[in-house]
Design a protein around this ligand. Structure first.
Ligand SMILES: [Mg+2]
Length: 267
C-alpha cells in the first residue's frame, strides 16, 4: 500500500512550455512509471484532440497513449452523453471539440430551435454569427455549459482571449448565467482523472503550476496538491495562496524525490 499511487500532471507550465519540455520531465515520468505509479495528463484546452496531446508528449520523450490524456472536451462530452444521450448540441468551439462531442453520440446542430445544449469553448474561429446562434438557442431555453473558465491562454510572447470571453458575451446579452463549467477547477475534471487512474482521491497527487485551477481543484477533491514553479506562479505568490499547496517544487524533475518522501515507510 502506497500513500501516493497516481499522479495527475498538468501540461502547460508543468510538463512543457509551448513546444519545449521542462528539463527532466521525461526522466521524472519514466522513474515514476518504473516505480509502478500511474500517470495521467490533464489540460483545460479544448483546441486539440487527446491523440494530438499523446503524440506531442511521445515526440517530446514521454511515451503516452490517448487514454492517458484528459481534457475539458472529453469531460464535457462524457457528461452530456450520460446526462442526455444523443442530445442536440450547439458548440462554439474548434473541430477537435466538435469531434469529441460527436464521438460521444451527441448530435451537433446549428438550428437554434433544435438546440438542447449550448457548449461554449475556447474558439479562435469565433464569429458574431456563432455567438448569435448560441444566443438564440439560449433564449429558447437551451442549457448553458462551457468547457473551461480560463480568461486567457498563454502563448509564446503573451496571451490570447480564451473561453471566458464567449461566456461573458452570452451572459451579458441573454441575462443568463453559465450553468456549469467543466475544466479545472471543476471537480468533474478531478473525478475523470481519478477514474482513469482507478484510485481514490487520497492516493492521487496533482502537480500543476496554477493556484486557482490546479491547486484549488486538487485540494477540493481531496488529492495531494503539488505546486511547480516552472509555469505562471512565482514563489513570492505562494505565501498568500488559499488554499495552500501541500508541497512546492522548483520543477517536475524534483517529483521522483518527493514521491519517495511521500511514500516513506510504505512499500
Ligand atoms: Mg498549467
Amino acid at each position: 500500500m502506497t500513500a501516493v499511487a497516481g499522479y495527475i500532471l498538468d501540461l502547460d507550465g508543468t510538463v512543457y512550455l509551448g513546444d519545449r519540455l521542462i528539463p527532466g520531465a521525461d526522466q521524472a515520468v519514466a522513474q515514476l512509471r518504473e516505480r509502478g505509479r500511474r500517470v495521467v495528463f490533464l489540460s483545460n484546452k479544448p483546441l486539440h484532440s487527446r491523440r494530438d496531446y499523446a503524440e506531442k508528449l511521445s515526440a517530446l520523450g514521454i511515451p503516452t497513449t490517448e487514454d492517458e490524456v484528459i481534457h475539458s472536451s472529453l469531460v464535457i462530452a462524457r457528461h452530456l452523453a450520460q446526462e442526455s444521450p444523443g442530445a442536440r448540441v450547439y458548440a462554439i468551439g474548434e473541430l477537435p471539440l466538435q469531434a469529441e462531442l460527436s464521438q460521444a453520440g451527441l448530435v451537433l446542430t446549428e438550428d437554434p430551435s433544435e438546440v438542447e445544449y449550448v457548449v461554449v469553448a475556447f474558439d479562435r474561429t469565433l464569429t458574431y454569427a456563432k455567438l448569435n446562434t448560441a444566443f438564440q438557442a439560449l433564449l429558447k431555453g437551451a442549457r448553458f455549459y462551457a468547457t473551461n473558465p480560463d480568461r486567457t491562454c498563454p502563448v509564446d510572447g503573451g496571451e490570447i482571449p480564451d473561453a471566458a470571453g464567449g461566456i461573458a458575451f452570452l451572459e451579458a446579452t441573454t441575462g443568463r448565467r453559465v450553468e456549469e463549467v467543466f475544466g479545472k477547477p471543476s471537480l468533474r475534471m478531478a473525478a475523470a482523472a481519478r477514474e482513469v487512474l482507478g484510485l481514490p482521491a487520497s492516493a492521487c497527487a496533482l502537480v500543476g503550476d496554477r493556484l486557482e485551477t490546479d491547486i484549488s481543484m486538487a485540494r477540493a477533491a481531496g488529492m495531494t496538491a503539488v505546486l511547480t514553479l516552472t509555469g505562471v506562479t512565482p514563489r513570492s505568490a505562494v505565501a498568500a495562496a488559499s488554499p495552500q499547496p501541500d508541497h512546492v517544487i522548483e520543477g517536475i524533475a524534483e517529483l521522483p524525490r518527493l514521491d519517495e518522501l511521500m511514500n516513506k515507510g510504505e512499500s
